[in-house]
Design a protein around this ligand. Structure first.
Ligand code: FES
Length: 97
């Protein structure tokens, strides 16, 4: 099974093949805001700075096409296919944007 490295919130985490960025982040970073986990709420939105993903089904209201084209993804629906860097995901009790 392949694993990919992701730089997130100043830490390097390992994401297993076919694992979502959100699940790997919960496991290794902890203290993450988690919403619907179904691509509907947008709570887990991230921006990719380098790397590629495959993405599951999500609501266009949670991630409009123009945001997708600009590199935004929903961590609950995105699975890396390469090593990646992403801008911080939201942690509880912190404002990261
Ligand atoms: S947690 Fe709701 S869209 Fe990802």
């Amino acid at each position: 099974m392949e694993t990919f490295k992701i730089e997130v919130n100043g830490k390097e985490i390992l994401v297993k093949e076919n694992e979502t960025i959100l699940n790997a982040s919960i496991r290794q970073v902890g203290n993450i805001f988690v919403g619907c986990k179904g691509g509907a709420c947008g709570m887990c939105k991230i921006k990719i700075t380098t790397g590629e993903t495959v993405d599951g089904i999500y609501s266009k209201s949670a991630l409009p096409d123009e945001e997708y084209a600009s590199g935004y993804r929903l961590a609950c629906q995105s699975k890396p296919t390469t090593d990646m860097s992403i801008l911080p995901i939201r942690e509880r009790n912190k404002v990261l944007r």
